[in-house]
Design a protein around this ligand. Sequence first.
Ligand code: URA
Length: 431
Amino acid sequence: MKNPVEIIIKKRSGGKLTEEEIRLMVYGYIADEIPEYQMSAFLMAIFFAGMDDEETYFLTKCYIESGVSLTFEANTVDKHSTGGVGDKVSIVLAPVVAACGGKIPMFSGRGLGHTGGTLDKLESIPGFTTDLDEKGFRRIIDDCGFSIASQSKQMVPADKRIYALRDVTGTVESFPLITASIMSKKIAEGAKNLVIDLKVGSGAFMKTLSDAKELGRRLKKVGETFGQKVRIVYTSMNNPIGAYIGNGLEIKECIEYLQGKSYPDLHVINKALAVQMLMLSDLANDEADADKMVERVIANGGALQCLSRFIELQGGNPKVTEDTNLLPQADVEVPIYAEDSGYVQEINSQAIGYAMVDLGAGRRELTDKLDYGTGAKVLVKIGDKVNQKDCIGTVYCRDEKSGLEVTKKIAEAIKVGKTKVEDEKLILDTE
Ligand code: URA
């Protein structure tokens, strides 16, 4: 048996690791037999030397086998997003696909830094819980077609430990490490099909389409090696999604959208993902058929009904789907004004996301408590024409002073210039 130093040197020198070598490092680390300094050096060696598809598969397999996995009889389909500002898509997508007959076992995450988390948004609904045991999770899927829950601690514990170490050793942005981290969780969760919303742009992890495509290729390859069907939808993340950012406010937007109110970008992204999920689940014959199914369940209220039943089954007050005033909303409202006249050239979504942390709508540390009622409404998108002093949004806060500071940060994040720019293309590619 090799010792960890030999394995670190082999990877550092560009060598190809065997399954046994990867296993020795991963399991040695989670058993506390390999110290953090050696695991950190190993991660940095992977960061610089990379891993080929076979090594990435072995790493993913080790992660999965470090904990428990689920399996489902039904032709289940899940969605993963690489994360964005105002990304509330799962909360409308799951009921839409469920209303079309899909079965969606979805585990989701919490927000940290500039991006929000689906679990936090859902927990802003009075009484709602995301902490379910396996029996409860399965029962809810059988009843209303989908459940969104927090991942059990027994699932992929290796990723949890290693991700925390990557976070403090500058080794997050590595294709093989990201691939193993995302896909181990998605495969252990047991969905037979997976649609990935891979975000590209200033507010995303992947800044360029070519980087996103390389990550997409790897994610797909690993999923398929495990027998999972994977579709990747590349979406632009230069504008925050929809109008609202902040936990309770985003739930209000989701409900309004499913009631039929127009949120054009949320609709485009939701539909693109829902179409792929319906196709992978063999519920639609072709894209045109899937498109019609999505439009129908929004127009006839079927998706809203699914959302209401899901909220009730997970302990929340389903009446929020009839009366959004039951959701938390901070009562101090400060308007945001455009700083110049012209066209919106650029929106720094990341800066807006960080401004939400100042309001308590996002976290600096995973242990931070959230204020579910605070956030912002941003009414402009790249390409829109504005006049100086136009009201372009609202900050919802607890006191005017903090609201004014955040208003300033959001106005600065929205760059206005004289040249006309094209509206953002939202769906960049599907593979
Ligand atoms: N999301 C994950 O779950 N893991 C990563 O490594 C990056 C994003």
